[in-house]
Design a protein around this ligand. Structure first.
Ligand code: SF4
Length: 266
């Protein structure tokens, strides 16, 4: 069995505890307006032309985005980093895209990671079947779970899918007892108004269990915007600026009222 992965990031420190290797798996059923990994949306490998500028000159190169890995390939990569994992309590994170889209490969990879003593994290939008989540729970130490919007209509508008199943899966994982870090993208004009943020804080309090270890507030940024053209996708956030530091600080204080540790950033 093979999984299609578009990037392998070593020495990652924002995708779970310690030093990690993050595997970015290709394919996502969502199409969030603010996605900074548009290369992860298509479930197929893609050939794109990459243009880099050096001074006044532009250089174009053809690039294949997405490469197949076996579970053994994953273990070989992780083995090289074992010393860092041991020292930092790190491990492997499966992100994307949406890693649950390649659920069968993900399950095998997680099982193999656990059998080899690695801490495992799954960074997910929550958009998959409850059965799939139930299958990976025993082999996942930590879930990085995105909550993008509580309002269903707004969620459909800005991500392309309903949030009903996502929130059901969130509750399912809360009951599992596994560690969860809630990731809240802060997107100007979409979910950053005080009324909504207050509502989200109350939701997090009302559903809180000891599973929740941290809330990460992820400010919108434009780093991925230049990739949209390359992947022939429409960029919906043109002209939108990242939230100010003061705004993120205010939100941090608001979410501290949940009694959970809050961090701005991953
Ligand atoms: S869920 Fe994540 S990877 Fe998928 S479109 Fe949204 S931001 Fe991008």
């Amino acid at each position: 069995m093979k999984g299609l992965i578009f990037s392998v990031k070593r020495y990652s420190i924002h995708d779970g505890p310690g030093i990690r290797v993050t595997f970015f798996m290709k394919g996502c059923p969502l199409s969030c307006w603010w996605c900074h990994n548009p290369e992860g949306i298509s479930p197929f490998s893609e050939k794109v032309i990459r243009t880099d500028k050096v001074g006044e000159r532009e250089f174009s190169t053809s690039e294949e985005v997405g490469k197949y890995y076996t579970v053994e390939n994953i273990l070989e990569i992780l083995e090289k980093e074992r010393v860092f994992f041991n020292q930092s309590k790190g491990g492997a994170t499966f992100s994307g895209g949406e890693p649950m889209l390649q659920y069968e490969f993900l399950l095998e990879a997680l099982k193999a990671c656990k059998a080899n003593g690695y801490h495992t994290a799954v960074d997910t939008s929550g958009y998959s079947s409850a059965e799939n989540y139930k299958s990976i729970i025993p082999f996942t130490d930590l879930f990085l779970f995105d909550i993008k919007h509580l309002d269903e209509a707004r969620h459909i508008e800005s991500t392309g899918v309903s949030n009903i199943g996502i929130l059901d899966n969130y509750r399912l994982l809360l009951e599992s007892g596994k560690d969860i870090m809630v990731r809240v993208p802060v997107i100007p004009g979409i979910n950053d108004d005080p009324y909504y943020m207050e509502k989200l804080k109350k939701f997090l309090i009302s559903t809180k269990t000891k599973s929740i270890k941290k809330i990460n507030l992820l400010p919108f940024h434009k780093i991925g915007s230049s990739k949209y053209k390359r992947f022939n996708l429409p960029y919906r956030m043109e002209g939108i600026e990242p939230p100010a530091k003061e705004k993120m600080q205010e939100l941090k204080e608001l979410f501290c009222e949940t009694g959970v540790k809050v961090k701005v950033g991953g």
